[in-house]
Design a protein around this ligand. Structure first.
Ligand code: FBP
Length: 598
């Protein structure tokens, strides 16, 4: 393996954890709180998960735990899109297992969930593990988006777990993969198997969060990578003063990434999909908003700027949402006919005949390349692949057209030259920040403690993240308490609620209070590259989203900290929990059913 100097230095990094996790594992015990219940759909969920529903939240405390030293086999799966820190989750899990018993084994299933269905695995040895500590990517075992769905796949998964004599399967994934983990735990239990299933919250999108999961791992590194690049572009724009840069950002349905990057870099315009939906803005109105911003700066002689665009925007614009849903239905229900069409023109003609009249008309107004992108294959969950739709280019084109018209009537006197960018893959496999390296290692180690605690259908939870790692709290949350029932593919399904940007939440309110100034004045911030070594305030800051949601205090902000509750944390819901209060996704927008994901 070729190793860079930074990689060599990162091998030596020792992740910071809650102090309890550094104690001998036989002196850490799981302490259960009262029984839990889901916030909604309690009865339906209790009926679907008769063996795993209603379990208590678990917190780890100092105390004797003799069963932790048993020799066990554990399997681990990386599921869905890459997120920085995945290797450290595996490292924490590996170290926990080996601390429990040096002959315990960790098997990594290859290429995501399909690896366990097809029993393709490697044993992760100390030598392998050491080559991946504190590094980005999921390449230690690879990832995939296969969903364990059919009865046959569930049976095969159980067969693999039995064959390898697994004590537990750890699923590292997003909301859909953890929903899958809950179903797997219930399936194993219903078949009389005591093989445990433990989830770990992963996704750069930041939308797997609630009162107990303060953030999914990878979000921290991804937003800091993108913010560095946006800052660099902004500085270039401010130097040359000749381009408007339209930057699309990953994040799928939720705009958490776009919002955090806006807070970190102060662009002139940042669109937030959830707000566009709430206001019911049409595509034309979004373009008007951009044109007004461009014209306002032009009036001050500033013919340059930065526009941030969340990649899921198109699905939140009412007429576009209706069109996409019509197209997806059509492509699913008439798949045979559709795939037999020989040319794009034949496809356009086909959809025009089958869509509702207004959607067909709207489809016809869109540029040809954009229409082709809307007709691309859906992902394994049936979702349009927003990362492949060039929304930023569509916005530029439509803004140009509108500005031309404004120019003709004297409403715009400036120049509008543009560059477009898409930031996504650049951040998903970056070297994890210290925060993600620490958080992920702690999550992995906690997953081992949950296994040792004998629970199943839980997600590893490390809380109080706005504070330094020495104040973090490790525990486990029953997956079923994060679930609700949603309509998916024509029937009601139990799913973990996805958290979209909360328009009443502090991060959005902070942005909304400042954006008018940022729109016209050049207020760019240049965050610079992620730093791994150096002073605390440079290397160990959590995201602004975490800090604002926790009440605005930053790591290292002084000993006073927040007032802690009995469970030791200061975060609103995560610590009031044990009374059986159910969580609400912190950012969930009422009524919205966002796309499923890995
Ligand atoms: P997960 O939801 O699986 O964590 O992946 C997130 C994500 O990076 C999205 O932001 C993006 O839309 C999507 O994956 C891209 O998927 P792919 O890797 O299949 O191109």
């Amino acid at each position: 393996m070729n190793i860079s100097a930074l990689q060599t230095a990162r091998y030596a990094y020792k992740p910071k954890t809650p102090p309890l996790l550094a104690k001998p594992v036989a002196s850490i015990k799981a302490e259960p709180g009262p029984a839990t219940r889901a916030e909604t759909d309690h009865q339906e969920l209790a009926a679907i998960f008769p063996h795993t529903y209603g379990r208590p939240i678990v917190t780890f405390k100092a105390g004797k735990n003799p069963s932790v030293s048993q020799k066990i086999n554990v399997g681990v799966i990386l599921s869905g899109g890459q997120a920085p820190g995945g290797h450290n989750v595996i490292a924490g899990l590996f170290d926990g297992i080996k601390k429990g018993h040096p002959e315990s084994k960790l098997y990594g299933f290859l290429g995501g969930p399909s690896g366990i269905i097809g029993d393709r695995a490697v044993e992760i040895t100390a030598k392998t593990m050491d080559a991946y500590r504190n590094t980005g990517g999921f390449d230690i075992i690879g990832s995939g988006r296969t969903k364990i769905e059919t009865p046959e796949q569930f049976e095969k998964t159980l067969a693999t777990a039995k064959k390898r004599r697994l004590r537990a399967v750890v699923v590292i994934g997003g909301d859909d993969s953890n929903t899958n983990a809950a179903l797997l735990a219930e399936f194993f239990a219903s078949r009389g198997s005591d093989i445990q299933v433990i989830g770990v919250p992963k996704t750069i999108d930041g939308d797997l969060k609630n009162d107990y999961i303060e953030t999914s791992f990878g979000f921290d590194t991804a937003v800091k990578t993108y913010s560095e690049l946006i800052g660099n572009i902004a500085r270039d724009a401010n130097s040359a003063k000749k381009y408007w840069h339209f930057i699309k950002l990953m994040g799928r349905a939720a705009s958490h990434i776009c919002l955090e990057c806006a807070l970190q870099t102060r662009p002139n315009i940042a669109l937030i999909s959830e707000e566009v939906e709430k206001k019911g803005q049409t595509l034309g109105e979004v373009i008007d908003q951009i044109c007004d911003g461009v014209a306002a700066r032009a009036a001050r002689g500033l013919n340059y700027g930065i526009v941030l665009v969340p990649e899921g925007l198109v699905e939140f614009i009412p007429e576009m949402k209706k069109l996409i849903s019509g197209l997806s239905d059509l492509m699913a229900h008439k798949a045979g006919e559709f795939s037999g069409l020989s040319s794009p023109e034949a496809q356009f003609d086909f959809v025009a005949r089958h869509l509702s009249a207004d959607s067909a008309e709207f489809f016809g107004t869109l540029p040809r390349d954009f229409r082709l992108q809307l007709l691309m294959d859906r992902d394994p969950h049936g979702n349009v692949q927003v990362s492949r739709i060039e929304t930023e280019k569509l916005l530029v084109r439509m803004t140009e057209e509108k500005l031309e018209k404004m120019k003709a009537r004297g409403a715009f006197t400036g120049v509008f030259d543009t560059q477009t960018h898409f930031l996504g893959y650049e951040g998903r496999s970056a070297f994890p920040t210290n925060f993600d390296a620490d958080y992920c290692y702690s999550l992995g180690f906690t997953a081992f403690l949950l296994i040792a605690g004998g629970v199943t259908g839980y997600i590893s939870s490390v809380r109080n993240l706005a504070r330094p790692a020495k104040e973090w709290i490790a525990g486990g949350i029953p997956l079923t308490m994060m679930m609700n029932m949603e309509q998916r593919h024509g029937s009601r399904k139990p799913v973990i609620k996805k958290a979209l940007v909360d328009l009443e939440g502090k991060p959005f309110r902070e942005f909304a209070a400042k954006r008018k100034t940022w729109a016209v004045e050049t207020s760019f911030l240049y965050p610079g590259a992620i730093q791994y070594f150096g002073p605390d305030e440079v290397c160990n800051q959590p995201t602004k989203t975490i800090v604002l949601e926790a009440g605005g205090r930053r790591v290292g902000a002084g000993a006073a900290g927040r007032k802690k509750t009995a469970a030791g944390g200061g975060k609103t819901g995560g610590v009031k929990s044990a009374a059986g209060r159910s969580p609400s996704p912190r950012g969930a927008s009422a009524g919205k059913k966002p796309a499923a994901k890995g």
